[in-house]
Design a protein around this ligand. Structure first.
Ligand code: HEC
Length: 192
């Protein structure tokens, strides 16, 4: 009896942390896909209706608005970051995110598909413990009119980007690269 009880305890101890972790990853995955799906749908619709000049507003206004809304409702910070940010104020990665993005680039160069790149980890920081998750965003054909090479970007879009984003680094991408990632940071208590 006592043996089977302790077996159960050991089993639970072994399973529970993994279970909690899997739940957190599932939740983060769901948040990341809500963001990419909402933006992708709006981008496709607006690109078809108005072309890339009109769709700039989707990326400029809708992306931070949807990320902010998901952050408020989930209690996690939800954002998009890149090693080559267009908007350095919102899109610059912190040290942990920089490492993960660099690792995504390495994994892409080694032949992994960008679509499947994700990473999660529990981190201890001075202000507490966090569950962190990142999901890579691949450069797809519809991204090129605003993030591709000079030959992909219409002149009007170039002019708008130059005036709205004087520090833009998010151009010159080719299909299949990592454009950036959705990043999710969830507080899970204190380190004490
Ligand atoms: C119509 C133009 C346009 C298209 C198409 C577009 N983007 Fe962007 N993208 C922008 C703009 C403008 C910003 C800056 C948003 C801001 O001010 O926060 C941006 C920012 C981003 C960021 C945030 C990090 C940064 O660089 O500031 C990511 C990640 C991103 N885009 C990925 C993509 C991906 C992936 C696609 C294709 C699925 C795509 N974009 C298509 C215009 C575009």
């Amino acid at each position: 009896m006592s043996i089977s009880k302790s077996c159960v305890t050991i089993l639970l101890l072994a399973i529970l942390p993994m279970g909690a972790r899997a739940d957190q990853t599932d939740e983060a995955r769901a948040l990341a896909s809500q963001l990419t799906q909402q933006l992708g749908a709006a981008l496709k619709k607006t690109l078809a209706a108005t072309g890339p000049e009109g769709a700039i507003a989707v990326c400029r206004d809708l992306a931070p608005a949807v990320a902010g809304e998901l952050s408020r409702t989930s209690g996690s910070r939800v954002a998009r970051v890149s090693l080559n940010a267009r908007n350095p104020l919102l899109g610059s990665p912190d040290a942990w995110e920089q490492q993960v993005l660099a690792e995504f680039d390495r994994r892409t160069a080694a032949g992994e598909k960008v679509d499947s790149l994700e990473y999660s980890e529990t981190t201890d920081e001075p202000h507490g413990r966090y569950f962190r998750y990142m999901k890579a965003l691949p450069v797809q054909p519809l991204c090129l009119s605003c993030h591709g090479g000079a030959e992909n970007i219409p002149d009007q879009v170039k002019a708008m980007l130059a005036s709205e984003y004087p520090h833009d680094q998010a151009i010159g991408y080719v299909l299949g690269q990592v454009r950036g990632a959705v990043t999710i940071k969830q507080p899970i208590g204190t380190t004490q």
